[in-house]
Design a protein. Sequence first.
Length: 378
Amino acid sequence: MKGLNKLSFKFRTFALIKKRKKMSIITQNISIQKVSKSRISEVNFKNLSFGQEFSDHMLVCDYKNGVWQQPQIVPFENISLSPASKIFHYGQSVFEGMKAYKDKNDEILLFRPLENQKRINISSKRLAIPEFPENYFMESLETLLKLDKDWIPTTDGSSLYIRPFVFATGNGFHASPSDAYKFIIATSPSGAYFSGKVKVLIEEKYSRSANGGVGFAKAGGNYAGQFYPTQLAKEKGYQQVIWTDDNTHEYIEEAGAMNIFIRIGDTLITTPTSDRILDGITRKSIITIAEDAGIKVEIRKVKVSELIDASKKGELKEMFGAGTAAVISPIAGFGFRGEDYELPTLENSYATQLKKQITNIQYNRAEDKFGWRYKVKE
């Protein structure tokens, strides 16, 4: 390609055969096309918003003729698709959210990346998308991060946000799964996702997901369906929505696009995962760290009425959302049926303690007794 330096990094040959899908995958290298000039000098790394700037390169891999093709790293650029591409008509698309960090030794670190690799395939399977091989995922990701290493910010609270995603590229108006897909990993140097506490509204009319649906998958349509109810909540003065179950609207489920945690007394409570609720990696990490610290944790259903009752009695100490982007987002108060309930301000909250412990592991500032930190080898 004109203006590009074409390189090819040789990797070990491997073959992966999936008998269940009768799909064979064979590769010998990852093709790399470097930009002629980096855009990094145009970015103010001291004032990064979330997900607005994009690194020089991206990973692209196509699925066609029943196999995943050779992964390629190319300059970050627009994609050309036919108006008949099935992604536009039937929404076959899933994604993941990850972060890369640099420690004081300039080493590249990831946080539980194999959990993301497993989960994108769980999501893909639910939407009839071919699963992406673990070897492809990790080698492609590590190669991309090493190439764009200078894009990983080092200011406190910042990171390189990583967005793996896959979508249908096959053409046709017939309502059926696509015969072609595109897997991409794009990265974005980012600052904090949220700043400060948020005020939320408990939703009783609209539902995020339903039993037997795709609520547990990171499907793009799940998030599209949240935007309108959230917009209505914002018009009432709230920043986010707390979702309740689709059947009775009696039970708390998630906080916006995050898993939810509730502290009643000294007990930390989170709702169980299900067809409707995402199995969050940050959620799992918080449960483990909290239990290790001696905090009592309960994984159970929570009624809205229990939340209201605990608030009136002064027993509701904290609520916070948990997810990759924000890590932990404290909730200042919530609204329900025209009444607002404020949460107390605590000096040493569980949210503060747990976020510090997770981020210290992520940035290599503390011991990783759980083996979650993943070093990208140079």
